[in-house]
Design a protein around this ligand. Structure first.
Ligand code: AMP
Length: 502
């Protein structure tokens, strides 16, 4: 592995004739030479469209080569800002404005809500892939390849958002050097090599799919197989056809695969060196079942947007992987801190704090969040846990308010605000409830000021919130339980109404 410090260097690290990306549905394979050529052409086109360093390029694309090429091109010409295609118009409006998007890239037919949000504010360009697997901006002025200097390591490659406890998502500016460090850590953890074939089933608008499955593969000169979306029916066929050596996913995906597996080991699974699980807690029982059914070691990892993804991972055999633990820090310093900022000892519970070249310097334009999140140079993750004598981290809970639905993070306050915007709703509180497939699911309680049906209120939510954020259960109540001091505690409301801790 070479030692790049930017996505430009990372893209140029591998031998040209090796296969970089495979699109299984389209039967397209793209070499590193071809990937580089189209990324640099699109970077040139973006420059011709006026995109310079720091300018945000919003993209709304399903998984596939267009998402990978536009991400790399945007981060080389300016800064990439990939958005979840599942958002509604209001959500797109927020993200386009909050990122100060200079341009929006969409498929030629699609992303109607994003296009509506951009109307009159942000120029929209369609990007298309031809039959040979070459992706281009359809209406770009012909410019050829990007000629300006490669980005510096401390320039912002990528802007993502994380759910904030205030309801407004926080903007996370990720530098080229942060991503390169994270990709390097992942390559080292799993000794990824040019012989590895990763199957990417996580979305490319999130660091899990982008950094763990895709960029670490490009850094190690391996091959990444990218279906348009996860489908449990075709999953093992793709693994078998392309001899995938690993995949990384949230427990929800492992659960869906397990629930379809029979007594026999799935055909194709013999090529898997390991399976990685990240972004939500993997129950030890599920880990055992997966190892038995799929015949490969299951390595649970711990990641976060602010750390450009990976912080910890269980190691490969023969080193021990511990069920229920997310493993030791992987090129990242991990410690446990109390509320006052003192470091705690082994086996003592407190907030997980981290340090490392993959960790961002701070949230953008958010001094309040930065003051809360950094203590003496340590980043506070908002997660709670302890370290054992061998340095393995076990997560025990969360300090931050967040619902983790199959790895998608949802700020309950954002749902409260949407519910409160309904004229019949006087009070609202959203919370998470345990769910067999999703880990956690969204529920909410409302106090009404005038009669209204549950379905009308849920329809109001669906118009304004991406599906994954909409409450699946709504409790219409007389009063919302409060503490003696009048505060709403989401966990207590969840227990009182749903009989579970949220
Ligand atoms: P994101 O920024 O979307 O990657 O979310 C990061 C958060 O996901 C972390 O702060 C944790 O709360 C959660 N998370 C990530 N990995 C795990 C894991 N293995 N077990 C439990 N929670 C996890």
């Amino acid at each position: 592995m070479s030692n790049p410090n930017s996505l430009f260097e990372l893209l140029h690290a591998a031998p040209g004739n090796h296969t970089a990306v495979i699109l299984p549905e389209a039967g397209i394979q793209v070499t590193y030479d071809k990937l580089r050529e189209q990324v640099m052409t699109m970077a040139g086109d973006l420059a011709a469209l006026g995109i310079g360093r720091g300018d945000r390029v919003a993209t709304v694309l399903p998984n596939g080569l267009p998402a990978i090429v536009s991400f790399l091109a945007a981060s080389i010409a300016g800064t990439a800002a990939p958005l979840n295609p599942g958002y509604r118009q209001e959500e797109f409006s927020f993200y386009l404005e909050d990122t100060s998007a200079r341009i929006l890239l969409c498929p030629p037919d699609g992303a109607p809500e994003a296009r509506k949000a951009a109307e009159g504010r942000v120029p929209v360009h369609s990007i298309e892939m031809d039959d040979s697997g070459f992706v281009r901006i359809l209406d770009a002025p012909a410019q050829g390849t990007h000629s300006s200097a490669a980005p510096e390591p401390d320039e912002i490659a990528l802007v993502l958002h994380t759910s904030g406890s205030t309801g407004r998502p926080k903007r996370v500016p990720i530098r080229h050097s942060n991503i390169a460090a994270s990709a390097r850590n992942i390559v080292n953890t799993y000794t990824l090599s040019p012989d590895d074939v990763a199957l990417c089933v996580m979305p490319l608008f999130h660091v899990h799919g982008l950094v763990a499955s895709t960029l670490s593969t490009l850094l190690s000169a391996g091959t990444v197989v990218v279906p348009a979306k996860f489908n449990p029916l075709s999953f093992w066929r793709i693994v078998r056809d392309h001899r995938a050596t690993w995949y990384s996913a949230v427990p929800t995906i492992h659960h869906l695969l397990l629930s379809r597996s029979g007594k026999e080991r799935p055909q194709g699974s013999e090529s898997l060196r390991f399976i990685r699980s990240c972004s939500a807690a993997l129950p030890p029982e599920m880990m055992h079942q997966m190892e038995q059914s799929f015949g490969a070691p299951v390595l649970e990892a711990y990641g976060m947007t602010e750390a450009s993804h990976q912080m910890c991972s269980n190691p490969q055999p023969p080193a021990p992987r511990k069920p229920g633990s997310v493993g030791p820090g992987t090129g990242v310093r991990v410690s446990i801190m109390d509320a006052a900022g003192s470091h705690l000892g082994t086996e003592q519970r407190g907030e997980v704090v981290i340090q490392g070249p993959n960790v961002v310097a701070g949230y953008e334009n958010n001094p309040e969040a930065n003051a809360k999140s950094f203590t003496n140079g340590w980043f506070r993750t908002g997660d709670q846990g302890f370290l054992d004598a061998e340095g393995y981290l076990t997560l025990t809970g969360r300090i931050k308010e967040l619902i983790n639905r199959g790895g998608e993070k949802i700020a309950p306050r954002e749902i409260d605000e949407v519910l409160l915007a309904h004229p019949a709703v006087a009070e609202a509180v959203a919370f998470g409830v345990p769910h067999a497939t999703w880990g956690e699911e969204v529920a909410a309680a409302v106090v009404l000021r005038e009669p209204q049906s549950e379905s009308a209120i849920l329809a109001h939510c669906r118009d304004r919130l991406a599906d994954f954020k909409c409450p699946k259960k709504l409790y219409i109540v007389e009063t919302i339980p409060r503490t003696a001091t009048g505060k709403i505690q989401r966990g207590a409301v969840a227990t009182a109404l749903a009989g579970n801790r949220g």
